[in-house]
Design a protein around this ligand. Structure first.
Ligand SMILES: [Fe+2]
Length: 223
């Protein structure tokens, strides 16, 4: 079953869908590509907003979307894309930010060369054990990393989320297969709209099919 694990489909909550109409158009695209479930992962920035405020805004956007979805559209699962910040592991309510009933929490590391504070933060989250961080669109910042930094992250055995769009780029599929061979992973589209960042799980599905694989998420989905 195809699950899109990273989407900005909820209306009017972040830089994703700006209207209910756009959310529905995105969901129809997902459906037409064979996606059965989508995880709704709006941006959450812990340094600028409280968890309570975020959850209230998310609940409102979710209610708006639920009131308009039809049965033919993919099942909706609530989640969040949590921006890394110092001492994130101490935050109460971390478990309210996971994907559905799972312990997986999409974690966005900054777009820069990661230093020890970032790696330590991921390590502390793992040790804390309330959530399992999943590194969002891991492929995006790899070229910025100093030698060995990605390997250090991989050694923590933290799951990685790989974006489906890279399967359509030159050498992107090979890169993705290499990342997938190194540990546990999820694939998600990180879609934001229907124009320049559309739902595109079909790119990953098509590439993998051409290479004799079916797109099945590596991690066990309990939601
Ligand atoms: Fe995202």
């Amino acid at each position: 079953m195809m699950v899109d694990t990273h989407t900005h489909i909820l209306p009017g909550i972040d830089d994703g869908a700006q209207s209910l109409g756009e959310s529905l158009r995105m969901l129809r695209k997902c459906r037409d590509q064979g996606v059965k479930k989508v995880v709704l992962t709006p941006h959450f920035y812990p340094t600028v907003e409280s968890v309570d405020s975020f959850l209230a805004r998310r609940a409102q956007a979710y209610e708006t979307l639920c009131s308009a979805v039809t049965e033919d559209l993919p099942q909706l699962i609530l989640g969040a894309e949590v921006a890394w910040c110092p001492s994130l592991e101490h935050m109460e309510q971390l478990t309210d930010l996971t994907m559905g009933n799972s312990r997986y929490m999409l974690l966005e590391l900054p777009y820069m060369a990661w230093d020890n504070s970032h790696l330590d933060g991921v390590r502390e989250l793992i040790l804390d054990g309330r959530v399992v961080p999943v590194i969002a669109h891991v492929e995006r910042a790899l070229h910025l990393q100093r030698r060995g930094q990605y390997q250090a992250l991989a050694q923590l055995q933290v799951p990685m989320q790989i974006s489906s769009e890279i399967f359509g780029k030159p050498f992107g599929g090979k890169k993705a297969l290499r990342l997938m061979s190194q540990g546990s992973w999820m694939i998600g589209s990180d879609c934001h709209n229907t124009t320049n960042r559309p739902p595109c799980m079909d790119r990953a599905a098509r590439y993998l099919q051409a290479h004799g694989q079916e797109l099945r998420q590596c991690l066990d989905w309990t939601f």
